[in-house]
Write a protein that binds this ligand. Structure first.
Ligand code: SF4
Length: 173
């Protein structure tokens, strides 16, 4: 890979950015997290479907955001990644509104307990948490964290399923 800052025309195919400018992957990667912590978790299979523009990402359920690109290694557990996202949001929250002030911490706790073993997250409860964050948060931090989580639940269902009951609901499928 050639990490760096690249300026491209809006509408440039994402695989041009990843393969031609970025030089592909030096290690196995299973997804790209594009657009910052609140951006979309894009599985490798979706890269050819996307162009670098807001509409393309939005149409496919992702978010271009500020267009940063981070590779999630193939052997990095997605449950740990999701816990880290909630940890980020809980750390960055200002505390002004209840959905985000409480919800980001509860999300981190649920994912941590499930990852540690002996606890299965109720999918309905988790979906309710994501919905509350989306609808009730005052700003984009609390309101935005569900999007990458939903992407992961949709595209990495097999990997995440053991940590949830009723994942179908949580994944919005
Ligand atoms: S959603 Fe925004 S306003 Fe509400 S606690 Fe989080 S950071 Fe603060």
């Amino acid at each position: 890979m050639r990490p760096g800052v690249y300026e491209v025309e809006m509408g440039t195919a994402l695989d041009v950015v990843v393969d031609e400018l970025g030089g592909g992957f030096s290690h196995p990667v299973k997804a790209l997290h594009i657009g910052g912590p609140l951006g979309g978790v894009v599985p490798l299979g979706m890269i050819p479907e996307l162009a670098v523009d807001f509409e393309s990402f939005s149409r496919h359920g992702f978010l271009l955001g500020h267009a940063s690109v981070i590779g999630i290694p193939k052997d990095y557990p997605m449950i740990v990644y999701l816990e880290h996202l909630f940890e980020f949001a809980a750390h960055e929250r200002c505390g002004k509104c209840f959905p985000c002030r409480l919800g980001t911490v509860r999300g981190q706790e649920l994912l941590h307990k499930a990852r540690a073993g002996g606890y299965v997250i109720d999918g309905d409860l988790f979906e309710s948490l994501l919905d509350t964050l989306e609808r009730g948060s005052l700003c984009g931090l609390g309101g935005g964290i569900p999007l990458p989580v939903r992407n992961a639940l949709q595209y990495f269902r097999d990997e995440l399923e053991p940590y949830f009951s009723k994942l179908q609901s949580a994944g919005h499928e």
